[in-house]
Design a protein around this ligand. Structure first.
Ligand SMILES: *Cc1c(COP(=O)(O)O)cnc(C)c1O
Length: 436
């Protein structure tokens, strides 16, 4: 697989380089030079394949000969070792549950695949790979659990003290082994700033092999295509073929993977990008003006992104043709009040508890149906996290309905271990250089 930078179409680099760099020097994003179209026979008969089989077919079409078949299969079997089931709510509507991985959020697909790809490319005797991550909640847990026990890697997570939920904090701070957490007396921005300073620091870079594992890494995008194909497989089995996906969107990596899958031949009628008040993309599709804004805080906080980093990828997939994107991707935004009401409505109608991000995707399905009714359509909205990760959102009656997964009960028995630190780069640097 060859990749170019969205800021420099002449650049051509290989997959391994893109994985370890995450982002080109020119601050563009890596994109595949060629997007393979899967054969029609496979697509028409998706219903005959399992999730790991589909994942292998899609990944090998993209990666070609970067990783030998047997190794790629082993990576997929190890990384994607949980289900992505469709749960049917009514005749036309399904929720795609992407929260059955270890951190209970869809980011497990990306983080687990990326960690294993990195470990694969690290030669046995090569220097330890130090992964630095700043997190406001979900990313840190997925990366920590994704890299846990992966040889030749060590993860250092910085999170803002008192600003992540109890479950999220335990996911960051109870792992031991090759994972360690630093509790920063400051904000998420402080954490992110410390990580950026570390990447820019010459001494650290000469002594350590640092990588960011961040959400724009191409190795996180690829595995997110798998569950779109696998959803179609499940729908074909139910005799449904006209499909509309609604995706709760923040950095637009999840829907970006859906659109990459579409370019690879995934038969989808329509995508819906659902956002909270951070509505840069819906505004762009309405007005043609792409104007980022500082993010505002909402209940669906994993989508609090004012400058969605993957949007340029989506535009690149469609040769920067806004009209084409606008045809295929409808986009709607919702307030916190609407989100809370939607959680209550979904429970009342379907006896199903949705997390706030998921509820926003459902709202967008309702709005789309009102505007574009077609009796043939089947709707799939993506559930990106388990509701138990957001306990403060639910009233007592709803909270009582949430089935707590086994992982969480196990987690609650564990001790929190984190190094407390001021938001001070000198202290962070000393920590990195002296703790082995
Ligand atoms: C990260 C995240 C999102 C947003 O996904 P993007 O790929 O950034 O658009 C939505 N919901 C949850 C629960 C998340 O963790």
């Amino acid at each position: 697989m060859k990749l170019y930078s969205t800021n420099n179409h002449d650049l051509k680099i290989d997959f391994q380089t893109a994985v370890f760099n995450s982002m080109p020097q020119d601050k563009g994003l890596y994109m595949p030079v060629e997007i393979p179209v899967l054969d029609q026979d496979f697509i028409q008969h998706l219903d005959q394949y399992t999730l790991p089989e589909i994942a292998y077919k899609v990944a090998s079409a993209l990666l070609q000969d970067d990783i030998p078949a047997a190794d790629l299969k082993a990576i997929i079997d190890d990384a994607i070792n949980f289900e992505a089931p469709l749960h049917q709510l009514n005749e036309k509507t399904y929720v795609l549950e992407l929260f059955h991985g270890p951190s209970l959020a869809f980011k497990d697909f990306g983080a687990r695949f990326m960690s294993r790809i990195m470990a694969y490319f690290l030669k046995d005797n090569e220097q330890l790979l130090d992964v630095l991550v700043a997190t406001s909640g979900d990313t840190g847990g997925a990366v920590a659990l994704g890299f846990l026990g992966v040889p030749n890697t060590r993860v250092t997570i910085l999170y803002p003290k008192g600003k992540v939920s109890e479950i999220q904090e335990l996911q960051l701070c109870s792992n031991g082994h090759n994972i360690r957490a630093i509790e920063i007396d400051g904000t998420f921005d402080d954490c992110q700033h410390l990580v950026k300073q570390a990447f820019a620091d010459e001494e650290l870079n000469s002594k350590m092999r640092l990588t960011s594992a961040n959400s724009i890494n191409i190795a996180r995008l690829i595995p997110q295509t798998f569950y779109y194909f696998n959803s179609l497989a499940q729908l074909f089995r139910a005799g449904k073929r006209e499909v509309v996906f609604s995706v709760p969107s923040g950095n637009f990596g999840n829907i970006g993977a859906g659109l990459l899958a579409y370019r690879m031949g995934l038969p989808v009628k329509q995508f819906i990008a659902a956002t909270n008040a951070n509505d840069t993309v819906p505004r762009f599709l309405e007005t043609g003006v792409y104007q980022t804004r500082p993010s505002v805080q909402t209940y669906a906080n994993a989508m609090d992104v004012g400058a969605p980093s993957n949007w340029v990828r989506i535009m690149a997939l469609f040769n920067d043709q806004r009209e084409q994107v606008k045809e295929l991707v409808k986009s709607y935004r919702y307030t916190d009040e609407q989100t809370v009401q939607a959680i209550a409505d979904i429970f009342q109608k379907f006896n199903y508890v949705a997390c706030p991000h998921t509820a926003i995707a459902w709202l967008a399905v309702q709005e789309y149906q009102q505007q574009h009714f077609s009796a043939e359509d089947t709707f799939v909205f993506l559930s990106t996290a388990h509701p138990c990760k957001f306990p403060d959102i639910f009233d007592a009656e709803l909270a009582a309905q949430i089935r707590i997964p086994e992982q969480v009960n196990e987690l609650k028995k564990k001790e929190k271990t984190a190094t407390a630190m001021q938001a001070d780069f000198a202290a962070f640097k000393t920590f990195l250089l002296t703790s082995n």
